[in-house]
Design a protein around this ligand. Structure first.
Ligand code: BYC
Length: 330
């Protein structure tokens, strides 16, 4: 089922002269900047690439609730609890808009969730790292939501209408999330020496995993070329990673924290920072299922799905009863 739904063969971009008339007309629409809507004709590869990316994105929002949800009861003040609760709730909402966008491509939410639970569909590598201290919640908001926004702002212009529209609302909420994370970091970094040390430790542990969120380096990105030709992706992984570093390093300086990269250096000529690449073997290991929290995250999702089964079945039974009563009354 995985192969039928999401496996794409998009490592080679075909020229217009290699395309059928239908595919050529489709590519020309993309090139003119038109949006593609669900009922319109689209190449199978385009549909599958979108199901893979939107589905993975939706799963990331849902699994992404876990590392932060873990801190709701332990947030230091009532205000922080309320803010964190609202943020985690927003992420559930983002997951739902994205599952809805994927459903317009002919796949059901249940099918996507089954693939996630079977380990056949991915979610963002970042959520396989633990949140050990309160400062980690600051680092997640600042760096993880910051990286998410960097990736998602261009996706507001993605070629598939429902995905681009979902992104507009999601980006508005993500910018609030990023600010709440930075606000936690400010408090910690300007607090007692112990609090500042916690903030530094969180930055040390989250810096490289955040850089990995943008995906492998361009030379190892199998999908980028075709996804960019279809304007599903607007930028390459390395372009966005560079922008993220350029934006985030001055924010770390403002906090008085040190980015854990001895080779980080402003490069006047390119107008950006030179920085060390993440450890890509760690990245591939994490996305293969061997990160510090992969098993815990997936087990938590499967348990929530199983625990909610009776409720979903009750809703369907209730809807069936009401429908039967309506028919009987006609
Ligand atoms: N984690 O050819 P490539 C959020 C996989 S934020 C796991 O470059 P593509 C949130 C990739 O799927 C996070 N897997 O792929 C924030 C492919 O494997 P498959 C969610 C990754 O798709 C705060 C292989 O590596 N955001 O939700 O062109 C709180 C080769 O990569 C990752 C999105 O999903 C990764 N980091 O580019 C709560 C944004 N990177 O599928 C929630 C939308 C790569 O062939 N997605 N892989 O088996 C995208 O923009 C793109 O899919 C990516 C990857 C840039 C992530």
């Amino acid at each position: 089922m995985y192969a039928q739904l999401v496996k794409t063969d998009s490592d080679r971009v075909r020229g217009l002269d290699e395309m059928s008339a239908e595919e050529r007309a489709f590519q020309e629409r993309i090139d003119r900047g038109e949006k593609i809507e669900p009922k319109e004709w689209m190449p199978e590869g385009y549909r599958k690439t979108l199901i893979r990316q939107i589905g993975q994105h939706a799963h990331s929002e849902i699994v992404g609730q876990l590392p932060e949800g873990n801190w709701i009861t332990r947030a230091p003040t009532l205000e922080r609890k309320a803010i964190l609760l609202a943020k985690v709730q927003d992420e559930a909402g983002h997951g739902l808009y994205l599952y809805c966008a994927a459903e317009t491509l002919g796949v059901s939410r249940d099918e996507l969730i089954e693939l996630l639970h079977a380990g056949k569909m991915k979610y963002s590598s970042i959520f396989n790292y633990p949140t050990l201290t309160w400062a980690d919640i600051g680092a997640v908001g600042w760096l993880v939501d910051g990286a998410a926004i960097m990736n998602q702002v261009p996706l507001q212009r993605t070629s598939f209408g429902p995905y681009s529209r979902a992104m507009i609302r999601i980006c508005k909420e993500e910018s609030f999330h990023q600010r709440q994370g930075y606000d936690i970091m400010m408090k910690m970094a300007k607090g007692s020496p112990a609090q500042k040390a916690m903030a530094q430790d969180a930055l040390n542990r989250f810096w490289y995993p955040a850089l990995m969120m943008f995906g492998p380096s361009d030379k190892d990105s199998v999908h980028s070329a075709q996804s960019m030709a279809w304007k599903i992706k607007i930028n390459t992984n390395d372009e966005l990673r560079q922008k993220f570093v350029d934006q985030t390093v001055p924010q770390a300086h403002y906090l008085g924290l040190t980015v854990p990269d001895p080779d980080l250096k402003w490069n006047e000529e390119k107008g950006g920072y030179d920085f060390s690449e993440p450890d890509w073997s760690e990245f591939f290991d994490v996305i293969a299922g061997n990160g510090p929290c992969n098993t815990e995250r997936l087990n938590a999702r499967v348990k929530a799905w199983e625990d909610g089964r009776w409720f979903r079945e009750a809703l369907v039974a209730h809807a069936d009863k009401r429908a039967a009563a309506r028919i009987a009354a006609e």
